[in-house]
Write a protein that binds this ligand. Structure first.
Ligand code: MD0
Ligand code: SF4
Length: 355
């Protein structure tokens, strides 16, 4: 039997791959579709065992695009004059949140760049109040993606009804981290995640693909995700654009991200793994689901002037990042949206287990 097949067979028997084996699987990124198919098939089977045909849907609201940082992969980095900055008012956020909730998403992800006006004092207090209002109005599970914040902020946010803290290291190689996030602290960012767990928040960790990482770096990320006890783990491709300094490495090759999604499924069979609409829009959804993802993220309501992150505009105003469009793709993959109760139950169960 070829080594990859043996790894997959053992994973299906409940034996998680070793570090060396994970490296082998991550390296299937440029092996071509046919060579990756057995990996994808195993990932789908593990997803089926833990989640059946059910998929969770996350609505996304980007509240502020002002940022103090200068990440080299990001469109919203402070030194990019070309991106349109906004900070949504409470009323705008509540309206967009209400609309998204009505469409049937299971969670709202409130994301912010590291906006200096919302990090401390009255700005932070306003964010905490807004979060509580969104919770009261929608009664949905909430995720907050505010970048690195203080322990006190995390505790206040948890108190206000936030369920998840999302904060992606992008890489767990310190050298690559320095190149991606200049002048930011690797340790601070990791510490915020441990602090979030300590106040009872669920945690999403993530890696960026196509930025010069090696399969071994990705194994290092799997270890870090396991140590953190991450509840949701993400791999997302770098999207090069004019105005972003980082050079494209894996131009047009989604293989790295797809192999990473499937390998994460083998390493974390019962965790949540996103298929983001924020890289290739709706057109890229099917292949991510077929690699073993079980959450669709970055559903964004049209007509509200809201932005995406990696893709700031793709498919948004066309109304293609919506539950109706996603449901059709799910159907074609033999999958279906979960009910709100199924998702809320999953969140409650995980919180109890994590305690
Ligand atoms: C996504 N655009 O899900 C969002 C974003 C932040 N928590 C998530 C990267 O793709
Ligand atoms: Fe700011 Fe986040 Fe972009 Fe970095 S990745 S520049 S912290 S918005």
């Amino acid at each position: 039997m070829r080594p990859v097949e043996a790894i997959l067979e053992r994973a299906l028997r409940g034996e998680p791959p070793s570090a060396r084996e994970l490296e082998r699987l991550f390296a299937l990124d440029d092996a071509g579709e046919a060579a990756r198919e057995p990996l994808f098939r195993a990932a789908r089977e593990l997803r089926r065992r833990h989640f059946g045909d059910r998929v969770f849907l996350y609505g996304f609201l980007y509240l502020s695009t002002y940022c103090r940082n200068d990440c080299r992969f990001c469109w919203y980095r402070r030194s990019n004059p070309a991106c349109r900055r906004y900070r949504k008012s409470d009323e705008e956020v509540l309206e967009a949140a209400g609309r998204l909730a009505e469409t049937g998403v299971h969670l709202l992800d409130l994301t912010l760049s590291e906006d200096p006006g919302l990090r401390t004092g009255e700005g932070l207090a306003g964010l905490v109040r807004l979060t509580a209002r969104v919770k009261a109005a929608t009664r949905l599970p909430l995720m907050l993606s505010p970048g690195v914040v203080s322990d006190t902020a995390l505790a206040e946010l948890a108190q206000a009804g936030v369920d998840w803290y999302a904060c992606y290291q992008e890489t767990h190689s310190r050298g690559l981290f320095r190149r991606l996030r200049p002048a930011q602290s690797f340790a601070e960012r990791m510490r915020a995640k441990r602090a979030a767990r300590a106040v009872g928040l669920l945690l999403e960790e993530g890696v960026l693909c196509g930025v010069g990482e090696t399969p071994r770096d990705l194994v290092c990320s799997v270890r870090a995700m396991a140590r953190l006890g991450a509840d949701q783990v993400r791999a997302m491709s770098f999207v090069p654009r004019d105005g972003i300094p980082l050079a494209r490495r894996h131009h047009g090759d989604p293989g790295r991200e797809l192999a990473a999604i499937a390998t994460l499924r083998l390493a974390f069979p019962d965790r949540l793994i996103p298929a983001s609409l924020d890289v290739d829009g709706l057109a890229g959804l099917r292949r991510r689901l077929e690699a073993g993802a079980n959450v669709v993220t970055s559903l964004i309501p049209p007509g509200q002037g809201l932005a995406g992150v990696a893709q700031s505009v793709l498919d948004i105003e066309e109304g293609r990042r919506t539950v109706g469009e996603v449901r059709e793709v799910l159907g074609r993959c033999g999958l279906a949206p979960a009910s709100g109760t199924e998702y809320a139950d999953w969140v409650q169960r995980r919180k109890a287990e994590a305690r």
